[in-house]
Design a protein around this ligand. Structure first.
Ligand code: NAD
Length: 476
């Protein structure tokens, strides 16, 4: 193990004050592959101070959108120029297939940075015509210091949904990546500096969550916004901490996506997307279609095709180009996911534990409606399949979850597609597709899946302080 990765604070890559480090472990080899600085409250203090100074005194919030946008585009260029190194970092940290990291995570990170830079530059603000001899208009001013706390499942990509709009609107950022996927954040911060983004604008702080670097960020009164993606219970803890300073929080939390396949669906389309919906990233996706509901007349045919497709997925070394399913991200996570297989409630048609930290694509039928496997977020490659008869029954089943992040509908009936989409309690409904993200559209969840929305103007609302300016014309 040779590589070392530090915090990036005030434009410098540095160790923790006491020199503490932690190992990041490759879940395929189960061996440490790099050492990372282990921060706590003292390093969080330094990172927030750096971001605060860069916001209060530095050029970044005072630059025009065009100048900031040019630097962000240069940053995106450098991310693409370093695609292989960045992709491999996420693969080694958390086991995602390198083909996915190269084909999706890294390019989408660059695309997110470009989109939010352009969106901020091209956004209009409002004017409000009055009958009273006044001119009223809105301004969107940067909120200040943003703490961005991220999970490990799509490390760079999810981080960029936070830091890209925050930076584009003129904020400064302290990013705390997940302790299971720290390396790509340091690599990105190095590239941000190389792109010419001023020191202190984009800081990276490594460490754990509770009673550590993460919680220190959420308790700091110098932080103006907290944007968090992760588990629902962590969201509760962060919100409680933020409440003491009345710091606004945006939360993208867990999910238990319902996937409804009607008898009038194109079954080939439904099988293809349903496979991607649950087995992409070994099921470690907040949006995973982990509850499949299939209308009874097509149940047998669907299941036969679905199980065959699940068994055909290539499970193996995530560093091999052809691998579709890698290991789970860590030993701890593997223990959690496989606990659902100890008592699956229903019958396991295919899948189960694999070698090492692998879980094979697993399909379970006849699980009880109130069983843990059916109700809880597993965050692994395990799907339950349940038959239904009527549209009302399908909608009620889909909505019978405390989560409400997303749902999928497969039908060739246009009226049904619109009707069911309207009735589903979910932040995103995909019909005859999955995982298509338009960055202008709202993204977020109902219920335990979160607070607020990300995307386009929704990100602007969160990362700015909208201001009203009212002027009297000729004395008003
Ligand atoms: P997690 O909640 O355990 O950790 C996420 C981050 O929060 C990590 O950086 C961690 O160090 C930090 N953290 C933990 N406790 C903290 C505390 N008390 N204060 C401050 N920071 C703290 O989540 P995870 O295991 O990394 O990720 C998996 C979860 O993320 C799943 O529930 C998944 O559904 C969710 N997720 C949601 C979305 C979405 O867009 N809604 C996207 C991806 C993942």
């Amino acid at each position: 193990m040779s590589e070392r990765f530090g915090h990036v604070i005030d434009g410098e890559e540095r160790a923790s004050l006491d020199g503490a480090e932690f190992d990041t472990v490759d879940p395929y080899t189960q061996q440490p592959w790099a050492s990372v600085a282990l921060g706590g409250a003292p390093e969080a203090d330094l990172a927030v101070a750096s971001a605060r100074r860069a916001f209060d005194e530095g050029p970044w919030p005072r630059m025009g959108f065009a100048e900031r946008g040019a630097l962000l585009h240069r940053f995106a260029d450098l991310i693409m120029a370093n695609l292989d190194e960045l992709a491999l970092a996420d693969t080694r940290d958390m086991g995602k297939p390198v083909a996915d990291a190269k084909g999706k995570d890294v390019p989408r990170t660059a695309q997110n940075i470009r989109f939010f830079a352009d969106h901020a530059r091209l956004s209009a603000a409002e004017t409000y015509p009055t009958d009273t001899g006044h001119h009223a208009y809105s301004r969107y001013e940067p909120a200040g210091v943003v703490a961005a706390i991220a999970p490990w499942n799509f490390p760079m990509m999810l981080e960029s949904w936070k830091f890209a709009p925050a930076l584009a609107w003129g904020n400064t950022v302290v990013l705390k990546p997940a302790e299971d996927s720290p390396v790509s954040a340091t690599l990105m911060a190095r590239l941000a500096l190389e792109a010419g983004i001023p020191p202190g604008v984009f800081n990276v702080l490594h460490g754990y969550g509770p009673d550590s670097a993460g919680s220190a960020l959420t308790e700091d009164p110098r932080v103006d916004r907290i944007t968090f993606t992760g588990e629902s219970n962590t969201g509760r803890a962060i919100t409680a901490a933020a409440a003491r300073n009345l710091t606004p929080v945006s939360l993208e939390l867990g999910g238990k996506g319902a996937n409804l396949v009607f008898a009038d669906a194109d079954l080939g389309t439904a099988v293809d997307w349903s496979i991607k919906a649950i087995f992409t990233n070994a099921g470690q996706v907040c949006l995973a279609g982990s509850r499949l509901y299939v209308q009874r007349p097509v149940l047998d045919e669907f299941l036969a095709r679905f199980v065959a497709a699940a068994e055909a997925l290539v499970v193996g070394d995530p560093k091999e180009a052809g691998t579709q399913i890698g290991p789970l991200s860590s030993k701890t996570h593997h223990t959690k996911v496989t606990s659902y297989l100890d008592d699956p409630s229903g019958k396991v048609l295919t899948g189960g534990r694999g070698d090492g930290l692998f879980v094979r694509p697993t399909v379970v039928v006849d699980a009880a409606p109130d069983s843990p496997i059916q109700c809880e977020e597993i965050f692994g490659p395990i799907v339950t399949v349940t038959p239904f008869d009527t549209e009302d029954e399908a909608v009620a089943a889909a909505n019978g979850s405390r989560y409400g992040l997303n749902a999928m509908v497969f039908t060739e009936n246009l009226s049904r597609a619109h009707r069911v989409s309207a009735r589903l309690r979910a932040g995103t409904v995909w019909t005859n597709c999955f995982f298509v993200r338009d960055l202008r559209a709202p993204f977020g969840g109902f219920g335990d899946s979160g607070w607020g929305r990300e995307g386009g103007t929704f990100s602007r609302e969160f990362f700015t302080e909208p201001k009203a300016v009212v002027m009297a014309i000729d004395g008003g």
